[in-house]
Design a protein around this ligand. Sequence first.
Ligand code: 5GP
Ligand code: ZN
Length: 113
Amino acid sequence: MSCLFCKIIDGEIPCTKVYEDDKVLAFNDINPIAPYHILVIPKKHYDSIIDIDEKDMGIVAHIHTVINKISSEKGFDKTGFRIVNNCGEDGGQEVKHIHYHVLGGKKLPVYEN
Ligand code: 5GP
Ligand code: ZN
């Protein structure tokens, strides 16, 4: 398996874990753009959100539940945060294993067109 994030799940590539259960792994981004920059990924490989069937969408709800848990554990639930999912080339997705960026710990810039 050549997927970078599958290698992180398998422990072939190290990461700083924030949360783990049987379905999901959360770890610090290697190149953070905010005081908290956490990546949350399903352990099952999907290239991106468009590869998840309706019947499997429960994993997305689970990821959001995990993000809530992490935000309250770290304390940035009170100050707010941003969840980002880049999809495909125009979306700026570099790693082709679906992941949710969780950004917090500072006032984030407003999106520009
Ligand atoms: P994308 O642009 O695909 O939405 O985001 C990929 C993210 O993965 C980037 O923020 C990048 O810094 C992060 N990343 C790339 N390689 C590694 C790695 O080996 N370890 C960790 N922890 N993060 C990585
Ligand atoms: Zn993968």
